[in-house]
Design a protein around this ligand. Structure first.
Ligand SMILES: C[S@@+](CC[C@H](N)C(=O)[O-])C[C@H]1O[C@@H](n2cnc3c(N)ncnc32)[C@H](O)[C@@H]1O
Length: 441
């Protein structure tokens, strides 16, 4: 059968399965109320069927788009970000809410203090991308996607961070890749953001401490916690946290927000958050309602440098977004430093939580096979979003996003054995390692 026939057949069969699994919770694009699965995870079976339909619909669009239009589409899609920046910056969602839930273009242009024609062109494009709805010519409402852009959610600030600093760093990616002094570096000062914004002098975390970076700092402080809510549900749900033993240790825990979620869901577990000394006050703030647990020792906030030998014996060590900051040999040293504690508890596991850069493998014999069947299982879900995120993250923050193979190599270089991959119903996942039997320090 042709690719077109295979795609249509697969979309139909997986789509029917999905519809039956979702039952009445089928999602919508007209109302402002969230869809149940904006914040919860569908069953694994429903999630897999929906991933399959999405991958195949994306391939179907690529198949049916003439080449010149396909290439045009790709290189002018930056306008999706341009349009979203306009809507976020001018607070269009709020202006629609303030006007009773519906607003004419003339009203919006006046309320936003901008040109009616230019705003109209932007809004028509966004409606075609199913962000806002045009309910009559030049009359707009929020739908569930645009409604999230209202003040107080944090979505607007994240969108502004991505559409401003993120978007403008994009052209620096190629410049860095062509620069012999910078092309192999993952240092933030050699990265795309520094190239575009600070002439190679400051990475983004240094920049936000300068007066010019104040706005970016605000957007990051408000926007990043909003973004974390996207991954936290899968992090909490897609690992059976109580299956490892009684004690979970988060190495390089940041604010400690993952362990807070784990403690909420599994109150019987002991959680340990380890960080550099400067982060301890922020972790205390995260656990401010857990004084009793801090006193009885079931929540511990420890100062620990992850390049030094691990002294806390736990049943599972969790490292989220830690190794992406380092070159392979340095990342391996962090994992290696866990070994003294792993020796004391040889059943303990080490879990590396990162993006797992997805591949789409089309062998010669499978040229007409739908994309959904050619996506390896051992990699991040939501592959299109994951790709935009891994590129965007490296442009803004530098560091190194890796495939599962790359991460297994780092674990093995540290003397650990790869046990299994946990595919989260999200664009992140987790690689599980352990100390091999008879391992020496
Ligand atoms: C990218 S953040 C990840 C934070 C957290 N795991 C999360 O997912 O939100 C890396 C964290 O590692 C911490 N860190 C950096 N160097 C460290 C070291 N040598 N020892 C322990 N923690 C360190 C930083 O303070 C930072 O909070």
């Amino acid at each position: 059968m042709s690719l077109l026939e295979n795609l249509l057949q697969n979309i139909s069969s997986e789509g029917t399965k999905l519809k039956d699994l979702l039952g009445r919770d089928q999602g919508h694009l007209f109302e402002t109320t969230p869809w149940r699965y904006d914040d919860e995870l569908p069953s694994r079976e429903a999630w897999e069927a929906s991933q399959s339909v999405i991958a195949d619909c994306e391939q179907l669009i690529a198949l049916l788009t003439p080449t010149k239009l396909k290439l045009m589409h790709e290189c002018i899609s930056n306008n999706a970000a341009v349009g979203l920046e306009v809507a976020a910056d001018l607070r269009v969602a709020d202006k629609i809410i303030e006007n009773g839930g519906e607003a004419s273009l003339a009203h919006l242009a006046k309320a936003c203090n901008t040109d009616e024609h230019k705003l109209g062109c932007t809004m028509h494009m966004l409606c075609h991308r199913h962000i806002f709805v045009e309910v009559a010519p030049n009359v707009f409402r929020n739908n569930r996607h645009s409604y999230e852009l209202r003040a107080e959610t944090g979505a607007r600030e994240l969108v502004l961070l991505e559409c401003q600093e993120g978007y403008r760093s994009g052209p620096g990616w190629l410049q860095v890749m062509k620069n012999p002094q910078k092309m192999h570096s993952i240092d933030p000062r050699d990265g795309a953001f520094a190239d575009v914004y600070t002439d190679g002098k400051l990475g983004i975390f240094e920049y936000i401490m300068t007066p010019e970076g104040a706005n970016c700092l605000t957007n990051m402080t408000i926007g990043v916690p909003w973004m974390s809510t996207i991954t936290v549900v899968a992090t909490r749900t897609d690992l059976q946290w109580d299956s490892f033993g009684k004690t979970v240790c988060d190495v390089g825990a940041g604010l400690g927000s993952v362990m807070l979620e784990v403690k909420k869901k599994y109150p019987q577990l002991n959680v340990v958050c380890q960080e550099l000394e400067a982060m301890v006050p922020a972790m205390k703030e995260t656990f401010k309602d857990y004084q009793k647990e801090i006193e009885d020792g079931s929540v511990k906030l420890e100062v620990h440098d992850y390049f030094t030998p691990q002294t806390t014996v736990a049943d599972v060590y969790w490292l989220r977004g830690v190794i992406r900051e380092y070159e392979d040999h340095t990342a391996a040293k962090i994992l290696e430093s866990l070994k003294p504690a792993l020796k004391k508890n040889p059943k303990a596991k080490v879990i590396v939580n990162e993006l797992f850069v997805p591949k789409l493998i089309t062998p010669k014999t499978s040229a007409n096979t739908p994309a959904s069947k050619n996506l390896p299982k051992q990699q991040s879900g939501w592959p299109t979003i994951c790709h935009m995120q891994q590129l965007g993250g490296q442009q803004l923050f530098s560091g190194k996003e890796r495939s599962l193979e790359d991460i297994i190599n780092i674990g093995e270089a540290a003397g650990l054995r790869f046990c299994k991959f946990h595919q989260f119903r999200m664009f992140t996942g987790a690689a599980e390692f352990e100390l091999p039997a008879g391992s020496k320090l």
